[in-house]
Structures are given as structure tokens and as C-alpha cells.
Design a protein around this ligand. Structure first.
Ligand code: FAD
Length: 326
């Protein structure tokens, strides 16, 4: 990897200061744990003349329960999140997803905000400069060809963060601060299906916090497929949240990562509310996952395997949760 190029380091003390500095320095980037940004800068994937270090912004480190919801500041580390007793007891999918990111050392620095704003990934993009130069680069960094789908007019890089699908299944919303003030949006609306512009966040907007409802009666879980047991992005990952009403499904949400340019909340499952948990229900889950995701050749495992294994993970989790909820 190449050395980091020089940059100015700016240290805001508040979220408002961070947004102001971002506006004043158009060629800057927010830095949280730096576990994605800094490797990307060393690879020449990201350039920045100034780095806005969010480490001193106290409001981003808040983690508290307010009005039957957990509020997590964007600067809370994944290690803290995974070990939090409320998260472990009430939001197990979130605890499991946070604990599955990279390795223990990364998780002590890596933050929730950095994980949700993670750059999209592709085997033609996440390479050294000489490697990329040898293939004349790709659309995401330079030029107009997506190496994954050379005839396509869009970039197919995949969103591969572990935590977003868990939060989608748990019905989270995010709070964002920009020069015009603060706004709230559902986590689903925070993402766009575009490998180059995957966040509906303006460059000078800061992700401040995530709100997750603590609703009784739900069980949840997250599982990912990875080449190695640790320090590996998901080739595909699935989060499931389920509410059981006796022998019937009360409610069900499924979300996936690694298989589209955004984390996908799987649509078309509302009709399962009030239905029995049987083969027909699981067949619908499989059909909707296949319909709602589009794995491409962005990673080392082939597309047809990832297409088949994603619903397998979902159905396995659902069977487990159904028993647990009895
Ligand atoms: C070897 C290795 C293995 C990894 N494995 C995984 C894995 O298994 N799963 C996984 O999900 N990730 C993995 N990662 C990626 C990364 O470590 C994590 O996603 C981590 O959570 C990123 O958080 P961070 O705080 O370090 O983000 P940073 O690197 O600081 O930031 C990431 C991006 O988010 C932006 N950003 C950060 N905070 C905010 C904010 N509050 N508002 C707006 N923008 C913001 C930054 O500007 C940057 O563009 C891995 C990385 C490495 C190096």
C-alpha cells in the first residue's frame, strides 16, 4: 500500500462544528474509527486535503434508552455496541452483527456511523493503484466502464456492511445534521441502489445517531457468509426479526447485505402476518429475497452460489427464531 498523502487534521468539539468545517473544506472527509477511510486513502481510492476527526464530538458517543427506543450515537464503537446489555438482551441481531465486523482490534476503533457509511466494495475497485491501472480502472474510480457488467451504465459495487441489515430488520431510523438543520429518515431511505452514490446523505451532512424501537415480543438474529471466520466482509449476510403470535406469524422483517449496492430490506413479506409458519411462508421468503437482491461478480464467490445461499441463511435463521419465540 502507498503512504498516506498529507492532509490537515481538524478536530471539531460538536456535531454543528463538524458540519460547519465540512462546508468550509469541500475536499475534506469525516473520520470516525478510520478503519475503512484510511486504507481507502492509502490505496488512492479516496483523496482528502483535510480530515475532520469526529473523535472529540461528545454527542456522537451517546448510548441511552429514551421513550422505549435505544438511541445510539454514530461515534459509539462496535465493541461497545456488541457488549451493551440492552443490545444483547433486546436487539440480538444488532449485537451479533456488530460482533461479526472485522476482528476485535478493529471493533474497538470502528464506529456505528462508519459502518453505516461504509464505502461500497468490488474486487475491481478495492485494489492497489498499479492493479487498477493494469485494468484501466473502473467506473467507480475513473472512466465509464463497470468491470462487473461492462455493458451497464451503472456501477454495481456492493454494500457490504454487517450492521445495516440488522438495523433495517429492527426498523431503525437515523438522525442527520446538515447546514440546513437536522432531519430524521428511516434507515431504508438512507440508502440508494447505486454503487457510486449509495447514501442519500449530502457531502456536508453528518450522521448523528440511530434510533431503534424497543418493541416487546420481537426476536432477531444476524448471520453472514464469509471466507474466513473473522476479519472478513460478508459475501452475503442476512438479518431477520420476527414476532410470533401463538401458532401464527405476527410480523416478519428480513434484510440482506453484500448482495446489492445497498443493504436491502426485503419487500413483499407483509402478507405473511397472520399466516402459519410453514413451507409456503418460507417459499415466499426465498422468492422475495431472490427478487429483491442482485448479487454480481463483485467478490470472490460466484454469483449463483451467493444467490442460492442467501435464502438458505434466512430460512435457517427463521426456523431458529420461530422455535426460540415459542
Ligand atoms: C481488514 C478489514 C476487515 C473488515 N471487515 C469488515 C467486516 O467484516 N464487516 C464490515 O461491515 N466492515 C468491515 N471492515 C470495514 C470497517 O472496518 C468497518 O465497516 C467499520 O465499522 C468502519 O467504521 P469506522 O468508524 O472505522 O469508519 P471510518 O473509516 O472512519 O469511516 C468510513 C466512512 O464513513 C464516513 N463516516 C464516518 N462517520 C460518519 C458520520 N458520523 N457521518 C457521516 N459520514 C461518516 C467516513 O467519512 C468514511 O467515508 C473491515 C475493514 C478492514 C480493514
Amino acid at each position: 500500500m502507498a503512504a498516506l498523502s498529507d492532509f490537515r487534521l481538524l478536530r471539531p468539539a460538536s456535531a454543528a462544528d463538524a458540519v460547519r468545517l465540512r462546508g468550509e473544506h469541500p475536499a475534506s472527509r469525516f473520520l470516525a474509527g478510520g478503519t475503512d477511510l484510511l486504507p481507502n486513502m492509502r490505496r488512492g481510492l479516496v483523496t482528502a486535503e483535510a480530515i475532520i476527526d469526529l473523535g472529540g464530538v461528545a454527542e456522537l458517543a451517546e448510548l441511552r434508552v429514551v421513550d422505549a427506543a435505544l438511541h445510539v450515537g454514530a461515534g459509539v464503537t462496535l465493541a461497545t455496541l456488541a457488549a451493551d446489555p440492552v443490545v444483547q438482551a433486546r436487539l440480538p441481531a444488532l449485537a451479533q452483527a456488530a460482533a461479526s465486523v472485522a476482528g476485535p482490534t478493529h471493533r474497538t476503533a470502528a464506529t456505528l456511523g462508519g459502518n453505516l457509511c461504509l464505502d461500497t466494495r468490488c474486487m475491481y475497485y478495492n485494489q492497489s493503484e498499479p492493479w487498477r491501472h493494469a485494468i484501466q480502472n473502473c467506473m467507480k474510480i475513473a472512466g465509464d466502464t463497470c468491470r462487473v457488467a461492462t455493458k451497464s451504465d451503472r456501477c454495481w459495487a456492493a454494500f457490504s456492511g454487517d450492521v445495516a441489515p440488522a438495523l433495517l430488520a429492527l426498523d431503525a431510523e437515523v438522525q442527520v445534521l446538515g447546514p440546513q438543520g437536522s432531519r430524521r429518515l428511516s434507515l431504508a431511505d438512507f440508502y440508494r441502489d447505486d454503487g457510486m452514490a449509495w447514501l442519500s446523505l449530502a457531502a456536508d451532512e453528518l450522521l448523528v445517531s440511530v434510533r431503534i424501537p424497543l418493541t416487546d415480543g420481537w426476536v432477531s438474529a444476524y448471520e453472514k457468509l464469509q471466507v474466513r471466520g473473522a476479519i472478513d466482509f460478508p459475501l452475503t449476510g442476512v438479518a431477520v426479526a420476527l414476532r410470533r403470535e401463538g401458532d401464527l406469524i405476527g410480523d416478519l422483517r428480513v434484510a440482506c447485505t453484500g448482495v446489492s449496492s445497498r443493504p436491502e430490506l426485503i419487500g413483499g413479506l407483509e402478507s405473511l402476518a397472520g399466516k402459519p409458519f410453514d413451507d409456503a411462508a418460507l417459499a415466499l421468503v426465498e422468492k422475495q429475497i431472490k427478487r429483491g437482491t442482485q448479487p454480481m461478480e463483485t467478490t470472490v464467490i460466484n454469483v449463483s452460489y451467493r444467490r442460492r445461499v442467501t435464502p438458505v441463511l434466512a430460512k435457517r435463521l427463521l426456523r431458529r427464531l420461530w422455535q426460540a419465540a415459542a
